[in-house]
Design a protein around this ligand. Structure first.
Ligand SMILES: *Cc1c(COP(=O)(O)O)cnc(C)c1O
Length: 356
């Protein structure tokens, strides 16, 4: 039996994608060569990069004027590339601090200029999204984190940012729900949460916002370098963007974000319904801010822990441990997780109640 993979990241990918990826490692495009042993400048690999970029813009329904880049260094490198490329000399940036990743992003920006934290939910271990804040009109940009992977909270709405550019870390929910993506000037996402293997980071950026800081930016950290060379300034992470492209193709062929959002809603409704109904469990995130990607919950009675965890193991449930800063359990329900896996988890939770 294949396991039900609730891992928070790296995470589950569609089975058909894994199959195609493994075939390409042995024999790519019937070239009788492996995908990972040929030049990234070969026509077939360049075609993969081109298709990946087209799929990103198509799925996000972006107008002209955006570039889609596949970079390295993880979302964590974007924490510093964003201020490097967008904060003016002596400038100012606004950050919404909704979790450990948001905090790390904010800390990197502090090396570049003045940083204002417009909202911060650390007082309650980031279990809610701050509301009612305003983005200062003199900020160069506003930075938010759309889904807080560790705490299971998700932004359901985004503020108007006025003159400030709108920047978002969407690492753990990009391509999972419809948003007006054209309202953002820069979006970034590590591939390994909802798109592909670790090793590449998607950056979607509006071209016209770049080159305006007056800073001297090191070549590799300058988005314009990568735009000019179509993400092939140096050797790109070929396998990582190939698998990401296959996942995006899978998404598009099945009906795009509208299709997956419906399934993601069903999965989240089913699991949160059970967490709220079952007296043995309690959710940790504020109800109105609950994430459809990562559902965090605790046992009401810790003495039953061993029995519950044995049942999870027997039921083939993988990756349900909560992050060490929250404890308990975290069910990550990224795009490729089938509804049947959530049904299997919920059945175990019911059985646990019946036999407690
Ligand atoms: C995992 C994660 C990161 C860090 O990603 P890396 O690619 O490991 O650097 C940043 N932001 C969010 C929201 C994440 O979930």
């Amino acid at each position: 039996m294949k396991k039900h993979n609730f891992s928070a990241g790296p995470c589950i990918l569609p089975e058909s994608v894994l199959k195609q990826a493994s075939e390409a490692v042995l024999n790519f495009d019937n070239l009788d060569l492996s995908l990972i042993e040929i030049s990234h400048r070969s026509k077939n690999v360049v075609a993969v990069m081109d298709e990946a970029q087209v799929l990103v813009k198509d799925l996000l329904n972006l107008p002209e004027g955006y570039s889609a880049l596949f970079l390295q260094g993880g979302a964590s490198l974007e924490f510093l590339m964003v201020p490097y490329n967008l904060m003016k000399q002596g400038g100012k940036a606004a950050y919404l601090e909704t979790g450990a990743w948001a905090k790390k992003a904010r800390q990197e920006a502090e090396a570049f200029g003045d940083v204002v934290v417009v909202g911060n939910s650390s007082d309650k271990n980031y279990n809610y999204i701050p509301k009612g804040y305003e983005v200062p009109s003199d900020a160069d940009y506003f930075h938010s984190t759309s889904n807080n992977t560790i705490y299971g909270t998700q932004m359901k709405s985004f503020p108007e940012t006025g003159n400030a550019l709108n920047v978002c870390d969407m690492s753990s929910d990009i391509f999972s729900r419809q948003l007006d993506f054209s309202k953002f000037d820069l979006i970034y996402a590590g591939a390994q949460k909802n798109m592909g293997p670790a090793g590449t980071t998607l950056v979607v950026v509006k071209d016209e916002i770049l080159g305006k800081t007056g800073r001297n930016i090191p070549t590799m950290l300058d988005y314009n370098t990568h735009i000019a060379k179509e993400s092939m300034f140096n050797t790109p992470p070929v396998f990582a963007f190939y698998v990401s492209m296959l996942t995006l193709r899978w998404l598009k062929e099945n009906g795009g974000i509208d299709w997956i959002e419906g399934i993601n809603n069903q999965k989240a409704d089913l699991l949160y319904g059970e967490i709220d109904r079952n007296p043995l469990f309690v959710g940790t995130a504020a109800t109105e801010d609950r994430s459809n990607m990562n559902a965090c919950f605790l046992l009401n009675d810790e003495t039953k822990k061993d029995r519950f965890e044995q049942m999870l193991k027997d039921g083939g449930i993988n990756g349900l441990n909560g992050h060490r800063s929250v404890g308990g359990y975290r069910a990550s329900m990224y795009n490729a997780l089938p509804l049947s896996s959530v049904e299997a988890l919920v059945e175990i939770m019911r059985e646990f109640e019946r036999t407690a």
